[in-house]
Design a protein around this ligand. Structure first.
Ligand SMILES: [Mn+2]
Length: 451
């Protein structure tokens, strides 16, 4: 239904203007007219007013409300069965992620294959040195806690202006015992040593993730995190690796880590949530609410098994409801969401379901008569987000899709749009016949009204 261009790879897309103001649900309870970008000059004073992205410092963020968006589409997303992308495709997606304004691009796992090493290296060289709207994203590479992986990650990302090594080791009893076959103290020693090794290579920005944090003993987590922060970790990532946490549980885990880990103020806390129970976005927001200031997400929510938290869902929730999220905001230029979603669908081969939040084909479509009537009168009646806000151009302005449940108002407005002028009596006759056809077909006319 979108008419957005489908030629990918061109960096010459729409200008990177930010509009933080066109969400229809605002903190003061008033609404903004549909499809209207509010310029910075006219932006109202509210918690969602545009702010500058704070200067990047690995271990701290000078604005307590700023949320870093760490996109792992090219790493965790690529771990989706069947989603493998070529290094050339990954470079094109990375350019698009920079345009979208993500803070960190998790570009891949350099030790996993020579092609992935090349992909991460070329992203670091090009995207990691090219300012887009005055901003250069951090380029990260994944490494297990061993020297070979860390060396490969560093060799790939060191070309970027802002390189990051992202290393991990499992900390849950079940993983340490059955997968690593190591004692907890051995795991702590390895983590501390490998974080220090990554810093000693010259990497100023090291992320450490206790894998399966969501099922790890909390006291043990506080202990290992204290050790790695002391060894130089600048971001620590709390991963619900298996997607089993509930929002209240995950939020408490982040809050407890913040309250009980010595030295935690010297690092950024990050979320990493999987969607096995359909809770990845909810858990991510609970994490942010509890103090996490980096959120790991993927475009369209792709990723291992049921996927990761979706960038578009997390970012639009933060944008739409800042009053409930303590005024948190991101540096994402949401106008590029639709284009980025389409690109990742095409390159990964993973197509989103029609009712997928934000980017599904039906996310801004209205078929029932009651909803259509509301939409034709005032779009805020049934839409909390302006399609314009995510760069979606609809075939018709109100997102009307004609079907069995459509009413007179919508059917008549479509006829007028098509250039038919008919009397009230003629319309009643037409409408009766329309309903007969509509009962037999799923959609009478597609979004562009072609039979
Ligand atoms: Mn993951």
């Amino acid at each position: 239904m979108s008419t957005a261009a489908t030629t990918f790879g061109s960096p010459n897309l729409a200008p990177a203007s930010h509009s933080f103001s066109s969400c229809r649900l605002l903190s003061h309870g008033f609404t903004v007219a549909a499809n209207r970008r509010v310029s910075r000059a006219s932006a109202r004073a509210s918690p969602a007013a545009p702010r500058r992205r704070p200067e990047y410092v690995p271990s701290r963020i000078d604005d307590p409300n700023y949320i870093r968006i760490f996109d792992t589409t090219l790493r965790d997303g690529e771990q989706s069965p069947g989603a493998t992308m070529t290094s050339a495709e990954k470079l094109v997606v990375a350019r698009q992620l920079a345009l979208l304004g993500v803070d960190v691009i998790d570009a891949g796992f350099p030790a996993s294959s020579p092609d992935d090493f090349r992909a991460v290296r070329s992203i670091a060289i090009e995207v990691g040195n090219t300012p887009v709207g005055g901003h250069i994203p951090v380029i990260g590479g994944l490494a297990r806690c061993n020297k070979r992986d860390i060396d490969a990650a560093w060799d790939a990302v060191k070309h970027a202006r802002r390189p990051r090594i992202n290393t991990f080791i499992a900390t849950s009893e079940i993983h340490m015992q059955h997968k690593l076959r190591k004692t907890p103290e051995q795991v702590v020693a390895i983590a501390r040593e490998m974080v220090a090794y990554a810093r000693a290579l010259g990497c100023p920005d090291v992320e450490f993730c206790p894998e399966d944090s969501g099922r790890s003993n909390k006291e043990f987590l506080y202990h290992i995190l204290e050790e790695v922060i002391q060894a130089g970790a600048t971001t620590i990532t709390i991963a619900d690796t298996v997607g089993s946490n509930l929002p209240v549980e995950y939020g408490k885990l982040i809050a407890d880590i913040k309250a009980n880990t010595h030295g935690i103020d010297n690092a950024i806390i990050s979320t990493h949530c999987h969607n096995d129970l359909g809770l990845a976005t909810a858990n991510t927001l609970a994490g942010a609410y509890a103090g996490a200031r980096q959120l790991e997400v993927t475009i369209n929510g792709i990723g291992e098994r049921a996927g990761n938290a979706a960038l578009e869902e997390v970012v639009m929730a933060l944008k739409c409801r800042p009053e409930l999220l303590d005024g948190m905001y991101t540096g994402i230029n949401t106008h590029h969401i639709t284009m980025t979603s389409k690109m990742v669908q095409e390159y990964s081969g993973l197509h989103v379901q029609p009712h997928k939040a934000i980017v599904g084909a039906n996310a801004f479509a209205h078929e029932s008569g009651i909803h259509q009537d509301g939409m034709l009168k005032y779009k805020g009646t049934y839409e909390i987000i302006s399609p314009d806000d995510i760069g979606l151009t609809r075939a018709n302005d109100s997102g009307i899709v004609l079907g069995k449940l459509s009413g007179r108002h919508a059917v008549r407005s479509v006829l007028v749009e098509l250039g038919y002028e008919i009397s009230d009596n003629e319309f009643e006759d037409f409408f009766k016949r329309y309903k007969e056809v509509a009962e037999k077909k799923k959609v009478v006319l597609d979004a562009s009204y072609r039979f």
